[in-house]
Design a protein around this ligand. Structure first.
Ligand code: DGY
Length: 324
């Protein structure tokens, strides 16, 4: 019997690719560059499954006009799936899955890294030393803001938001405020000393730091817009490890230049890998190249989790991480 044919959109850690190839007839993207719409449309008709990731635009154009695809499952490598038109996939009977849990620790670590770097001006300091411009210790050199005991607002209290809250509360004695679309169980809030507020408007004025952990996509596009950024506590710092489109980047730069915000730490960008020159020109913004889940352990775990979902779907079972 012939083996199911699956398309792997990018190169994955070797151990996972080996496991995948042992079970399926795998088409590898040897260039390891994002595939275009035409390639995905073709794969819809020629493969039983596609394993895409965040760099793949699987919007309406990939599904338009397609009838009776061979593809039965999109097993996404990553937790966020706003790059996939899940409605269109659903109409064609294609199951969509993601890889939650396994990347929560590492993504929260990067959010905390950005928070500390932005608060303590670590990016500026590093650039200064490397450029040979450091003239030595002095009492007023590169003064940042203290983190311990400050208030952190968390927008989106899923697994990653909760891990961020745990780190901030237990590691740095921070007070935690949470804004989430649904009510969070009291025990979950209590585990990290958090209190839920009912709107961003209530959260912004109280927080020294605001960290975004909500999904991307059209519904949350520019959730942090000029009006909401204007509500921030003076000199507050914004951290984004969620999706670039959640923040109006022009408004963010404007708020920093106006002295309303003290800075930002960004791991994700609207239209990445392009990064707007205004963000790069702003010394108060720390930028990282979407490193949230980038550890060897996590990227392997994501692969094996995607594999579990793939196997379940192709075997006719409900995959553990079905999202659509
Ligand atoms: C995700 O999982 O959605 C990340 O952004 C990619 O690791």
């Amino acid at each position: 019997m012939s083996r199911p044919k699956v398309l792997l959109s990018r190169r994955w850690p070797e151990a996972v690719e080996t496991a995948l190839a042992a079970r399926y007839d795998v088409t590898f993207n040897t260039d390891d560059r994002p595939l275009d719409t035409a390639a995905f449309r073709e794969a819809m008709m020629t493969h039983d499954a596609i394993l895409p990731t965040v760099t793949d635009a699987l919007g309406p154009a990939v599904f338009d006009g397609i009838e009776a695809p061979r593809c039965r499952v999109l097993a996404n490598y990553g937790v966020g799936f706003s790059h996939i038109d899940t409605e269109a996939a659903g109409r064609l009977g294609i199951v969509v899955t993601n890889t939650p849990d396994v990347l929560s620790d590492c993504t929260a670590d990067i959010a905390m890294t950005l928070l500390l770097m932005a608060a303590r001006r670590a990016g500026e300091g590093e650039r200064e030393v490397r450029a040979g411009h450091w003239s030595g210790w002095r009492p007023t050199h590169l003064l940042g803001t203290k983190v311990t005991g400050k208030t952190l607002g968390i927008v989106g209290f899923g697994r990653i938001g909760q891990e961020m809250a745990r780190r901030a509360h237990h590691g740095f004695g921070m007070r935690i405020l949470v804004q989430n679309r649904s009510a969070v169980a009291p025990g979950t809030l209590a585990a990290c000393g958090a209190r839920q507020v009912d709107s961003l408007e209530a959260l912004m004025p109280e927080c020294d730091f605001v960290s975004l952990h909500c999904p991307g996509g059209a519904a949350n596009r520019h959730l942090l817009n000029a009006a909401r950024l204007a509500l921030a506590k003076p000199r507050a710092i914004l951290i984004n490890t969620a999706r670039g489109e959640v923040v109006d980047e022009a408004a963010l730069v404007g708020a920093i230049h106006a002295g309303q915000l003290g800075g930002a730490g960004l791991d994700v960008f609207d239209g990445e890998p392009e990064v707007s020159p205004e963000l790069l020109d702003c010394p108060d913004i720390v930028v990282l190249p979407h490193l949230g889940s980038a550890t060897r352990e996590t990227r392997e775990a994501m692969g094996f989790r995607a594999l579990e979902n793939l196997a379940a779907a192709l075997d006719g079972h409900t995959p553990p991480d079905r999202v659509a």
